[in-house]
Design a protein around this ligand. Structure first.
Ligand code: ARG
Length: 463
């Protein structure tokens, strides 16, 4: 980057070292805030005019100059002056070049400290809305798939060991629940960040009669910050936002992990459309779930961003420090990775089929009905702990005799284990039957899955 004259040239003697100029810049990445910087500047200038700190004509020149710059940037026609440190200075200096002296009044009563804090909040509000839309689309994709599989049964796993039978729809809807929490967590984050720091200046506010309520209202903020010393330094919302992204990724990585396993030859539970698979440069037979693996892998970037953000905040002295400039790198990473992965997840969920026949054929393996049998005994008056023991011994007996399922035992064998067992026990002993008899609200059973589908169909209509 070439050497440049800065607006603090009157204070600092000599030229900055090239290395320092490159080191301090953020224009290479904060230019994506340009729209918000311009919107914030227009609101600020409008207020300066209302407060008679600039004339109406000066405001109008500032406004049209800024809009022109915004249009040029949007059209890719703006030549960024790479000698400027950041987007705020790049826009301000372009404005001064464009409209002359009026442009020099824009920064009245303002610092880049309250300016950048305002910009990130404005950007984040929009980003949250975008992520919420992506979450809704993903939820809809899950619900649509769930509609197809309400009656189909799969094993639920705990510790990745076959546990109990559930409706495939109930399994799919478990992800809709996680996404719903992601959605409302973002809404919560938005509520807390929707406060205007503008007018806090560098740290102590201003001796000029700025109308902070006006700029806040113009920019759609719910209130103004109460304390300028806090307001220029507060990046709690950045950490919260990245945390929201980190949990989105935690959930997507769980989906990825499940489906990578389900897609293996050993499981063959699902078939993901070829459009979302890759092959191998060496092994001609391969269909690899690379998109899911990348989703799992990219989770690391967002977790990393969270740790980086928290570490930036750790033990900083009060008020603004340049450390804070780094916040954007991590906030952008979290937003971009979550956005990209939510889109990919939606596409994959929409283009995956469950091999229901294959799954059904193996339901008899793994004693999925053992818990239901213990509950059968409870219904016959046996204390649960004792019932648990009886069924545990019966499973061990099956394994010893090479029997795959409890239903392969004879009534005599059952009777020998517990004289409360009747021939009606065989009605309990099949996974599909078990799935139809779960009684609890929110269970993994067929009826519960159907009512959950109805609930989400309705709720997602207005989300
Ligand atoms: N580029 C800076 C940032 O992102 C803007 C604020 C600079 N403020 C300052 N006093 N040097 O944080």
């Amino acid at each position: 980057m070439k050497k440049t004259e800065k607006n603090w040239e009157k204070r600092l003697s000599g030229q900055s070292d090239d290395l320092a100029v490159d080191f301090v810049e953020s224009l290479s990445y904060d230019r994506r805030l340009y729209k918000y910087d311009i919107v914030g500047s227009i609101a600020h200038a409008r207020m300066l005019a209302t407060q008679k700190l600039i004339t109406k004509e000066e405001f109008e020149r500032i406004q049209s100059g800024l809009i022109e710059i915004s249009d040029q940037i949007a059209a890719g026609k703006f030549v960024f002056d790479n000698t400027q440190e950041d987007i705020h200075m790049a826009i301000e200096s372009a404005l001064i070049q464009k409209i002359g002296d009026a442009g020099k009044k824009l920064h009245t009563g303002r610092s880049r400290n309250d300016q950048v804090a305002t910009d990130i909040r404005l950007w984040m509000r929009d980003e949250i809305e975008l992520l919420q839309t992506r979450i809704t689309l993903l939820q809809k994709a899950f619900v649509k798939q769930a509609e197809k599989y309400a009656e189909a049964i799969m094993p639920a796993y705990t510790h990745l060991q076959r546990a109990q039978p559930v409706s495939i729809a109930a399994y799919l809807l478990s992800f809709v629940e996680q996404s719903a929490r992601d959605f409302s967590r973002l809404a919560d984050c938005c509520k807390r960040l929707n406060i205007s720091p503008l007018g806090s200046g560098a740290v102590a506010g201003s001796t000029l009669p700025l109308d902070r309520a006006q700029t806040a209202q113009n920019l759609g903020f719910a209130e103004v910050s109460r304390n300028s010393i806090d307001a220029v330094a507060d990046r709690d919302f950045c950490a919260e936002f990245i945390f929201c992204g980190a949990l989105v990724m935690a959930h997507l990585s769980k989906l990825a992990e499940d489906w990578i396993i389900y897609m293996s030859g050993e499981f063959s539970f699902i078939r993901i459309d070829d459009a979302y698979c890759t092959s191998s440069s060496m092994m001609p037979q391969k269909r690899n779930p690379d998109m899911l693996e990348l989703m799992r892998g990219k989770t690391g970037s967002v977790y990393g961003a969270l740790v980086a953000m928290l570490t930036i905040l750790k033990a900083q002295p009060s008020t603004y420090n340049r450390d804070l400039q780094e916040d954007k790198l991590h906030v952008f990473t979290a937003a971009d990775v979550a956005d990209q992965c939510l889109q990919m997840a939606e596409a994959i969920v929409s283009h995956t089929a469950f091999n229901t026949d294959k799954i059904a054929a193996s339901l008899d393996k793994g004693f999925l009905d053992a818990t239901a049998m213990a509950e059968y005994l409870v219904k016959k008056g046996i204390p649960f702990r004792q019932a648990h023991g009886i069924v545990g011994s019966l499973v061990a007996q099956c394994e010893k005799e090479g029997k795959e399922k409890l239903a392969d035992l004879t009534l005599e064998q059952f009777f020998a284990a517990c004289d409360k067992i009747d021939k009606d026990v065989y009605e309990t002993l099949n996974p599909k039957g078990v799935c139809a008899t779960y009684k609890t609200d929110g269970s993994g059973g067929i009826e519960s899955a159907k009512s959950q589908i109805a609930y989400w169909q309705e709720r997602l209509k207005t989300q």
